[in-house]
Design a protein around this ligand. Structure first.
Ligand SMILES: CC(C)(COP(=O)(O)OP(=O)(O)OC[C@H]1O[C@@H](n2cnc3c(N)ncnc32)[C@H](O)[C@@H]1OP(=O)(O)O)[C@@H](O)C(=O)NCCC(=O)NCCSC(=O)CCCCC(=O)O
Length: 341
């Protein structure tokens, strides 16, 4: 990978510990094109991620129940949903002056979409600056995810740097995945199998909006570098203010289309089994998960039936908001001529 430029962002970025909203207050609606006009927000529906997916029911002290919304084609629970809900459960047990700065999770069993998930929080440690929570997500009496999340008080620091955000077209100049699929569907020479697959994709109710920088080659064999760039945001309105909630939404969003980056150099292989094994995130600063963020994903390594992916979620104003890493199982088989049809 090419060496990345390191940019001093002192005075521009804030740390995750600066009061939420501090960065936003430096930007007016006029000079920040990432701000959607208030009138538009009013027309938007409240994000289902907030009203439903991340809205856990409390059953007892430090014990919560979560329900599902979108379930991937694999019919195992979406990893991002479990991580997002685990972070919600952890955040409920820490005081308002603490902000999530990192989490580390293992997906130890496949989640069953037919039953809810229980989240059991262990208050591992409360320190002066850092507070750690361990969360177990449970189904059928067995853990499906173990998660450790760490929270920190507000602590300004003279040490501040970040890489520079890649230069890409703005979201207003790009099409959503749904718009791209409709374009493909309008092609008269599209194979029936591909048409059916694209229609299925179109019908799925993913609560995330995506605008790829490079339109994907749906159903075409094209070898590519293991790198992707796309704008992403939660569908619907969430609003300013609750930084913990935006981190939980980012946890959900960050697992979507992430592991697939490791498959880009292998168009001649078809996935037989893929699932994320672990997921880690570091929250660097304040951000709005219902506003466009650039997700820069790359896979530095694959081997041993596993792939490693790393991602950066950039705020539209160039501030690095979140870093992510994940390893997943990737079992593949060669594409045969008949399966290409
Ligand atoms: C399956 C996990 C990863 C652990 O695997 P293992 O320790 O092998 O568990 P087993 O239960 O023994 O096997 C499971 C399954 O795999 C087959 N298997 C095992 N080893 C091999 C092998 N060497 N070669 C071939 N096949 C093998 C084994 O036979 C079993 O098959 P089955 O009998 O047909 O079931 C386990 O830890 C796990 O499932 N963890 C949870 C992972 C997970 O659910 N992650 C989150 C979901 S992934 C996700 O959300 C990404 C969605 C992205 C959406 C998008 O971007 O579109």
């Amino acid at each position: 990978m090419a060496e990345r430029e390191v940019k001093d962002v002192a005075g521009v970025a804030e740390s995750v510990c600066d009061p939420p909203g501090a960065a936003e207050s430096q930007l007016s609606a006029e000079d920040d094109s990432s701000v959607r006009p208030a009138a538009l927000y009013k027309q938007d529906l409240k994000s289902v991620l907030v009203t439903s997916v991340l809205n856990l029911e409390q059953l007892d002290a430090d014990l919560y129940r979560g329900t599902h919304h979108w379930v991937p084609r694999t019919q195992r629970l979406f990893g991002g949903q479990i991580v997002g809900q685990a972070l919600v459960a952890a955040a409920k047990s820490v005081s308002d002056n603490l902000y999530a700065h990192s989490l580390h999770c293992y997906f130890v069993r496949a989640g069953d979409p037919k039953v809810p998930v229980l989240y059991q929080v262990d208050r591992t440690r409360d320190g002066r600056s850092f507070t750690v929570r361990s969360v177990k997500a449970i189904q059928h009496g067995q853990p499906i995810l173990i998660c450790q999340a760490s929270f920190q008080t507000v602590q300004p620091s003279p040490l501040q740097h970040q890489f520079t955000m890649p230069v890409v077209p703005q979201p207003e100049d790009l099409l959503t995945v749904e718009e791209l699929i409709r374009l493909y569907l309008s092609k008269p020479d599209l194979a029936e199998k591909s048409r059916q697959g694209l229609n299925k994709l179109l019908a799925s109710d993913v609560p995330i909006e995506i605008k790829p920088i490079q339109p994907p080659h749906f159903y075409r064999v094209v070898k590519a570098e293991p790198k992707t760039l796309f704008w992403v945001r939660a569908r619907g309105y969430i609003g300013e203010g609750n930084m913990k909630l935006h981190c939980c939404v980012a946890a959900y969003v960050s697992d979507y289309a992430f592991l697939g980056t490791a498959l880009l150099p292998y168009p001649n292989y078809r996935v037989q089994f893929s699932a994320s094994l672990d997921h880690a995130m570091w929250f660097h600063t304040t951000f709005r998960s219902d506003e466009w963020m650039l997700y820069e994903c790359e896979s530095p390594w694959a081997g041993g039936c596993r792939g490693l992916v790393q991602g950066r979620l950039w705020r539209r104003d160039g501030v690095l908001a979140v870093s992510c890493s994940q390893e997943g199982v990737l079992r593949v088989k060669p594409v045969t001529e008949s399966s290409k049809l």
